[in-house]
Design a binder for this molecule. Sequence first.
Ligand SMILES: [Zn+2]
Length: 319
Amino acid sequence: MNCACCGGWDADRVIQTPDYELHIDAPFEISACRNCGHIYTSVRPGRSALFSKFYPDEYICYGGKRGVDGFMDRKRMEGQAVQRAKMIKKYVGQRNPVRLLEVGCATGEFIKTCRNRFGWEVAGIEPNRPLSDALNREGYPVLPSTLEDADIPDEQYDVVSLFNVLEHLWDPVYSLKRINRLLKPGGLAVLELPNFDSPSRKRFGKHWFLYHLPRHLSHFTKKSLTGLMNGCGFEKVDILKQFRPTVNVLSFQYAVQDRIRSNPVRSFCSARNPAMIAAGIFFELLQNRMGDSNIITAIFRKTAAVFQPIVSLLKERTL
Ligand SMILES: [Zn+2]
């Protein structure tokens, strides 16, 4: 694959790693573009194979678990949705009601929270048909579409949010320009995504959970994200660290599964073991305090609907 940001073909390999979640095909590869600095999954399945084969209905983000696990998952997602909405509320100022579009709204906890607790006008885009159909039945306007194909008029929204979505998109430049057009003047793009500068990534190597190949196609640092957003007509408002200890636990679990055959050891290292969770929390606290987080939330404001050619993502521009 060539670079999705500048179209360049010259790239240096960063790492090779398999799909630790579904254990199909392998290995995939991440490279850094020599021209613009974008880091992307250069060895990946074709577009239709990727979306038909690597996003099964039981995919981790589609919330398909049943019983106690499903209940706990929903509670965790509801709590996270409230935190996210409160965070956005601080940045939107006096706009009321806020008109919000969530790209990749999955099971819809976030848009439900925004409407029911904050009275915002919400809409969503979700390409997984059973999920978008379920939300439509509950009265939430969710388009069963990708962002590229969604038929929505321009300048409709105060906020467009993408929680752990940008890194999955086939064409991040086109998508961000589309988001720019969907926002009203001065509107906010709120993006949560993995941080390629995370100390955990360096510590866990190919076992870092957030490589998530081949589903993650772009891999951003704060600097490269800001460069890309600048080129797509946005200015940086803030970039926040997030506290996600599970990333450490799951990365450790991948490393153990890869290296140790003993079943008792593998069971002990399960992501459900309280000792593992405690260790994950400790490391997340430590790295957030000393350096950088596994996940970041970036808030950018639309400054213009004029786009800059992407020459380098590693140079922040003054708009
Ligand atoms: Zn490039």
